[in-house]
Design a protein around this ligand. Structure first.
Ligand code: NI
Length: 176
């Protein structure tokens, strides 16, 4: 296992369209090791999600996990596709492991349906809501070269971490 280097805002890899993973590669030792390294990197960085372009590998791979009451189980998405959005939207704070020390409010659909391959190469359909759905959308944006900053419609909420902790600490901002 290894903690990988996280690409930061300005790195061109964060703006690329990620390529799909060939299903026959999923079972390979190298790819399985990569998934474990991504999980280790996410945990070591105190994030709840990480997309492969964030570790400079422009492939359609996402790892996510959030412990606690409003959390969600460890989920690995390979070649994910969102097939449905709830009509309702909600605004929540987001941060990103590739954007140091900034938080901002983003409005997104509260629920999504996503199909993907899991780490066994099995096809899965998942309905997610709340933080789980926010995280899926944030991570899948990384696969099309988008950051949460691009999804903000009101930059008046853009906040440095130190000020966030001072003024907004009762609200939660996950780093994804
Ligand atoms: Ni992110």
């Amino acid at each position: 296992m290894a903690v990988l280097k996280v690409a930061k805002l300005g790195s061109p890899v964060l703006r690329q369209i990620a390529t799909p993973v060939a299903p026959e590669r999923i079972g390979s030792r190298e790819f399985q090791q990569f998934l474990d390294d991504m999980i280790e990197t996410m945990v070591a960085s105190d994030g709840i999600g990480l997309a492969a372009p964030q570790v400079s590998r422009s492939e359609q791979v996402v790892v996510m996990e959030c412990q606690g009451e409003h959390g969600f189980p460890r989920t690995i998405l390979i070649n994910p596709v969102i097939t449905g959005y709830s009509p309702a939207t909600a605004e929540s704070w987001e941060g990103c492991l590739s954007v140091d020390n900034l938080r901002g409010k983003v409005t997104r659909p509260v629920g999504v349906r996503v199909t993907y391959l899991d780490r066994d190469g099995k096809s899965v359909e998942l309905d997610a809501s709340g933080l789980y759905a926010v995280c899926i959308q944030h991570e899948m944006d990384h696969l099309i070269g988008k950051l949460f900053l691009d999804r903000m419609t009101d930059f008046s909420t853009l906040t440095q971490l130190e000020e966030f902790d001072k003024h907004w600490r009762t609200e939660h901002a996950e780093v994804i």
